[in-house]
Design a protein around this ligand. Sequence first.
Ligand code: CO
Length: 298
Amino acid sequence: MQDDDTYIKNIRSAGNILKIVKEESKKLVISGYKVIDLVEFIEKKVIEMGGLPAFPCNVSINSIAAHYTPNLHTDLTLKSGDYVKVDIGCHIEGCIADTAYTVKVDENDDDLIKATQEALNNAIAAVEPGVKTNYIGKIIEDTIKDFHYNPIKELSGHGLKPYILHSGVTIPNYNSNVGSKLKEGDTIAIEPFASTKAGKLKTSEEVYIFKYLQDRPLRDPNSKKLLSIIKQNYKTLPFAERWLEKDYSNLKINFSLRNLIRSNVIYPYNVLLDSEGGLVSQAENSLIVTSSGCEVYT
Ligand code: CO
């Protein structure tokens, strides 16, 4: 276990990497650019700068709300007018920074994008020790509704702990009425989502992102081998099928992953869609609660 000073040093370094990767990657969110090239650019840049991806780069377009990342041979290309949500994670020795932005391809930020940016800024301005998480949620909900959109209540901000992307506290995107109090030293990610419809989600059958849950007896030798690779490389952090496709195609990746899900060894992050086809925007930053407020480190 690392001490608090090492933890803070590492999250700041991870956050500094993301600040740069975020700005550089925005230049590639243009019509005609391939989504596979965008995620590969981002993850490669994170590694070049001394971090590791804390989760696969998510590029969720239009009414896809979250959890989409392409496979290696996916042909998906960005189109003019697409709402592209880019969610990026970086960790250093498990210390996580998590950030996201939305771009409308070839256009300036519009109200849908501003709604989540402003909700995030207003939420961050309210963070200090003792503030309740549902109060932060109320600020997010009120801001998004001022723009005449709806928050996605089924998605929320989250606590960050070493090697655990969603830990402890939940930061709702609405006034959930019950909440817990933030404490000095808490590290959290706040991530408002806004929808042009009611903001209800449905779960797609499609899944490209997974995480290790627990060991269970396995018979299939490929699945066993794949599991040991997953545990060694990603520990308890989310990983992409794409990451395994590169080096382990001999292990029948798609079949083995499905077998591991069925055996309850790995958890599938199914792609999440706006149930009414609403367009979705997202903004996210990570922060540490300080004695007088907070320090945003992404
Ligand atoms: Co997050």
